[in-house]
Design a protein around this ligand. Structure first.
Ligand code: ATP
Ligand code: ZN
Length: 285
């Protein structure tokens, strides 16, 4: 087949973001009413809509060439697939929680205790490595009610804001790992699939760089330009254009999102004016 087959979650927390990522890569999908399959209109790609739990297995077997899913599912299913790229959405953590009235005494609290979870593989491996015996109670949903109904002494589950835990009278006591959505790939892709994957990765990275950066334009008196250049390294170096007002220039550059406010503060100190900040849609290096 001369197409790239991608598996994404059919319906759930990763579905919309997965489709959005493909859209940002310029891939248009004809029918997203989520039957089982859809075709991309302008990229040789077939999209399979699946339960996220099944994606590692499909990718391991090569039924799908690649997939988007949470790292937590990749670790739990422990299939032989390659994790190629972090996708920057679906962020959460996997944590241990206990009833809020219980006194937490460290990991030893769990020795001999029952822990309810949908992630038995990750949990058993963790306590195995620590040499602490625990009883793992595997359940498929509503893990957060397990202590309230007397099924377990604690739970191990996905947490994002922690509000579900609080609503169920629990407190988070240990974070075992952080997770986000990743792109996984079959271990031995065909030549065409490999080329298509490289093309997709190129687009994903251009999008992620754009999201993580801002385009910045400002005016400054010429004598401030050397200082401004040292604050604004840009991709290579800032562009400097003379303004109609003699003695003044306009400076254009790119700033990383996480350095952004520090850079603005530093620019104000050296008399930069009329600072404009714009989003960047894509950034190709
Ligand atoms: P499926 O029907 O496909 O099996 P699911 O119920 O297993 O769906 P969702 O709840 O839709 O899965 O979560 C999918 C993934 O989204 C999780 O495995 C995790 O990686 C990520 N995620 C991010 N934030 C959260 C959250 N607050 N709660 C649950 N999952 C989250
Ligand atoms: Zn699932």
């Amino acid at each position: 087949m001369n197409k790239l087959r991608i598996a994404i979650q059919k319906s759930g927390r990763l579905s919309e973001k997965s489709l959005e990522m493909l859209r940002e890569c310029g891939i248009k999908i004809s029918n997203t009413d989520r039957k089982l399959k859809a075709e991309a209109r302008n990229f040789p790609m077939e999209i399979l809509f699946l339960r996220d739990d099944d994606i590692p297995q499909y990718v391991e077997q090569g039924v799908a060439d690649i997939g988007f899913l949470g790292e937590n599912e990749v670790w739990e299913k422990a299939k032989d697939v390659e994790v190629v790229q972090k996708l920057g959405f679906g962020n959460c953590r996997l944590s241990l929680a206990i009833p809020k009235e219980d006194e937490y005494t460290g990991l030893n609290f769990f020795r001999g205790k029952k822990i309810a979870t949908s992630y038995p593989v990750i949990l058993e491996k963790y306590f195995g490595e620590k040499g602490i015996d625990v009883q793992v109670e595997t359940i498929n949903g509503s893990v957060e009610i397990a202590t309230g109904i007397g099924l377990a002494n604690g739970i191990f589950d996905i947490v994002s804001t922690g509000s579900t835990l609080i609503m169920n009278g629990l407190k988070e006591v240990e974070t075992l790992m952080k997770s986000e959505a990743v792109l996984i790939a079959h271990k031995s892709l065909g030549r065409v699939q490999k080329e298509l994957l490289d093309k997709l990765l190129f687009r994903i990275k251009a999008y992620q760089r754009g999201v993580g950066s801002k385009y910045i334009v400002l005016n400054a008196p010429n004598e401030s330009i050397p200082k401004i250049c040292s604050i604004l390294p840009g991709m290579k170096s800032p562009s400097i254009l003379p303004l109609a007002d003699e003695g003044w220039s306009s400076v254009h550059s790119v700033v990383k999102e996480d350095e952004f406010w520090d850079v603005i503060d530093a620019l104000k100190e050296v008399k930069a004016q009329g600072i404009l900040v714009m989003p960047i849609e894509k950034m190709i290096l």
